[in-house]
Write a protein that binds this ligand. Structure first.
Ligand SMILES: *Cc1c(COP(=O)(O)O)cnc(C)c1O
Length: 352
């Protein structure tokens, strides 16, 4: 074997949820938003400049819109190509200690992939038997901390007091709170930015703003940490965000009424769905997200997953320790959830 193989970076990549080619499916497997973005986003005309010119490398218009929306200074906002890009940049920028970074054992499954890719030592801290963070696990020596709140794929939200305790107990490392789902429940950690200089809050347009296809994510922190992120970004690729995303992202921010209405609708559908499947023998972890994590009292999750797929209903199943009897079900429209509930009802009744 030629020895150049020894110099190839070996990584086991993150496996995203399936994007089926068949459009005739009910797609509840990747936490997309069923309603589509604001009409203002769709009304933007494609013109020559939108596609012909390089984008503004500082993403100024979007940074300004986000700063105004969140009541922070533009120097406190970093934008990237989805929060995956923002998180990857953050790992690269902030996690350079010899001590392991910490994150939960059951969490967003990209964290360990980035840690492996960037050769960052890491330790996965087991959630307790109710899938809650054990705050004391995050008080020892470490090289940094990252966790989603609400967590994925459990949907469980940890109170701001708990989040603050983690930040407060780790003044010498950066704590990243991944708020991909915060719009669907819970209190944001953003106000803590003024109180602690080691906090980075990461958000995305993919879920609550229904713009997963445009790839927009951002971080909010203090100017020093945001500058550090930008220095890394400009050392790698100046034009990370494309021009249409910058323009359409601003339009989304400027339509708060639509945003709130659709988020409210998804929450209402979630609550109704949880009650309906409870009657079929399912238990859901308490969800503050646009998905639920559900398990059935007698039927293995893996079988339900396969049967649903046969019927063109896609949900997510993780064949991993502790969660291999759960399904992660994204909340779709009421009509989509009705179809799923009637499928489940029939399936559970006829199951042998
Ligand atoms: C979906 C998700 C992301 C990534 O979202 P992008 O589409 O890359 O913005 C990051 N963190 C968590 C916890 C997620 O669920």
């Amino acid at each position: 074997m030629a020895s150049w193989r020894d110099n190839i970076r070996q990584v086991e990549p993150y496996v995203p949820g399936e994007q089926p080619k068949n459009t005739n499916v009910i797609k509840l497997n990747t936490n997309e938003n069923p309603y589509g973005p604001s009409p203002r986003v769709k009304a933007v005309q494609d013109n020559e400049d939108l596609l012909r010119l390089y984008p503004d490398p500082t993403a100024g218009a979007l940074v300004d819109a986000l700063a105004e929306y969140h009541g922070v200074d533009a120097s406190q906002v970093f934008v990237g190509v989805g929060s995956d890009d923002v998180l990857a940049m953050s790992f690269l920028t902030f996690f350079n200690s010899d001590k392991p970074i910490l994150f939960p054992d059951i969490t967003y499954s990209f964290y360990d992939v980035w840690a492996e890719l960037f050769r960052i030592p890491y330790k996965q801290m087991p959630l307790d038997e109710n899938f809650r963070l054990k705050i004391d696990d995050y008080k020892g020596e470490n090289g940094g901390i990252v966790f989603p709140n609400p967590n994925a794929p459990t949907g469980i939200y940890e109170s701001l007091d708990h989040v603050e305790e983690i930040i407060k107990n780790n003044p010498d490392v950066i704590v990243i709170v991944d708020e991909a789902y915060i719009d669907f429940g819970g209190e944001t950690a953003l106000p803590l930015i003024d109180k602690y200089d080691n906090l980075v809050v990461v958000r995305t347009f993919s879920k609550s703003r229904s713009m997963a296809g445009l790839r927009i994510g951002y971080a909010i922190s203090n100017p020093e940490l945001i500058k550090a992120l930008n220095d890394v970004k400009y050392s790698y690729n100046s034009y990370t965000m494309n021009r249409p995303s910058l323009v359409l992202g601003v339009e989304s921010i400027h339509d708060d009424a639509y945003f709130r209405e659709k988020v409210g609708q998804i929450i209402a559908t979630r609550e109704r769905f949880v009650k309906e499947i409870a009657e079929l023998g399912f238990t859901c972890l308490p969800s503050s997200a646009n998905f639920v994590f559900a398990t059935h009292e007698s039927i293995p999750a893996k079988e339900i997953f396969a049967a649903a797929k046969e019927n063109n209903i896609y949900v997510r199943y993780f064949d991993k320790p502790r969660i291999d009897n759960y399904l992660r079900i994204s909340i779709g429209t009421d009509a989509e959830m009705d179809v799923f509930v009637s499928f489940l009802s029939k399936y559970v009744k006829e199951y042998k």
